[in-house]
Design a protein around this ligand. Structure first.
Ligand code: P6P
Length: 336
């Protein structure tokens, strides 16, 4: 079977839909090359002296101890994207403020946001982790990028994707015309299309949540999970299975592949905090991908892609995946 490369896919998308200007195609290819480099570093593990916490045991803006690979991955993405002339600025989970393009390089018309290595707690135990990225257009006439320029609703993304570093390294991408997957051919060093149109089944028997937080959940979440756990004896009339990898990229990739619902709700532990996951570079890109694959994504009440961001690192509750399940748990919140 003849398979096509990421480059050929992007060029054909440009021809058919005229939705991927050359600068955006260049940006996607640069990010995909950076993900190849990150995959290589991750794959070395202990052999590459890249496991464990950073030498400085520094904390990121999230207050999380940074792993060596967190910092390495962040640097790989910054260095890969600075010189190309396609970006105006970048923002990362690992950096408190935005990263403008150095003056020695031309400035482009796109803004890139990323979680360079999501699922860090799994790095040292050899469980799948990943890179998540989101692309916005810089506001017209923007001279010097500020944080405010990034604060656009997720529906304004022009591209989003993730790379999952697991048994295979797979790049998942949307530019608004469905969702495509590319598997890294390590011998050739190229991304080869292995799924031309990912679709999430509207129904599922599989849910993903960190059940250790059950005593903190708000009533709509408890009501929904109780029904799933009642299985065939309860009103849902069927049994459900549970998965929780604690790497959003791995859980979302499973849902993209065979359906399911992923939940990280707000809970009573910190009334002021709407959830653990970050809106701009976790929830928004994943919501764009999930909706483009026929799924749904809400914060329990509202469509994630419609949320107007107020801060670069703001957090949000996340319910995403099989449409009928997301709509059900969202209805329980709106009834409450
Ligand atoms: P918990 C990883 O740190 C992450 O941001 C997501 O990738 C993942 O879904 C979640 O946090 C796991 O959180 O509380 O189960 O460790």
């Amino acid at each position: 079977m003849k398979r096509i490369s990421l480059t050929q896919h992007l060029i054909e998308e440009q021809r058919q839909h005229n939705t991927i200007p050359a600068e955006l195609r260049l940006l996607i290819e640069v990010v995909s090359r950076a993900c190849k480099t990150i995959s290589h570093a991750v794959g070395k593990g202990a052999l590459g002296e890249v496991l464990g916490t950073s030498d400085a045991s520094s904390e990121n803006i999230q207050g999380e101890i940074q792993k060596k690979l967190d910092i390495i991955s962040n640097d790989i993405l910054l260095e890969a994207n600075e010189w190309g002339g396609h970006l105006a600025a970048m923002a990362s989970e690992e950096m408190e403020s935005i990263h403008p393009i150095p003056n020695r390089y031309p400035m482009g018309e796109y803004l890139l946001l990323f979680d360079p290595l999501d699922g860090s707690s799994n790095i040292d135990v050899n469980v799948s982790i990943g890179t998540i990225f989101s692309v916005l257009k810089a506001p017209p006439g923007m001279a010097n990028p500020t944080e405010q320029d990034f604060l656009q609703p997720g529906r304004q993304q022009v591209a989003a994707g993730y790379a999952v570093y697991g048994p295979q390294t797979v790049l998942v991408l949307t530019t608004g015309n469905g969702v495509q997957s590319f598997t890294l051919d390590r011998e050739m060093g190229s991304w080869v299309m292995t799924d031309s149109r990912a679709q999430i089944p509207e129904d599922t028997k599989e849910y993903a949540i960190n059940a250790s937080n059950a005593r903190h959940w708000h009533p709509p979440v408890s009501r929904y999970i109780d029904e799933l756990q009642a299985g065939v004896t309860g009103e849902r009339g069927r049994d459900f299975n549970m998965r929780w990898v604690a790497s959003m990229v791995a859980d979302v990739h499973r849902i993209l592949t065979r359906g399911g619902i992923f939940m990280y709700p707000a809970d009573a532990r910190d009334p002021g905090k709407p959830g653990k996951l970050r809106l701009m570079y976790e929830a928004n890109p994943m919501a764009f991908i999930v909706e483009q694959a026929g799924g749904a994504a809400t914060d329990g009440r509202h469509r994630i892609l419609d949320i107007q961001p107020e801060k670069l690192h703001q957090r949000v509750a996340v319910f995403l995946g099989s449409k009928n399940e997301v709509e059900r748990v969202t209805s329980y919140h709106n009834e409450a």
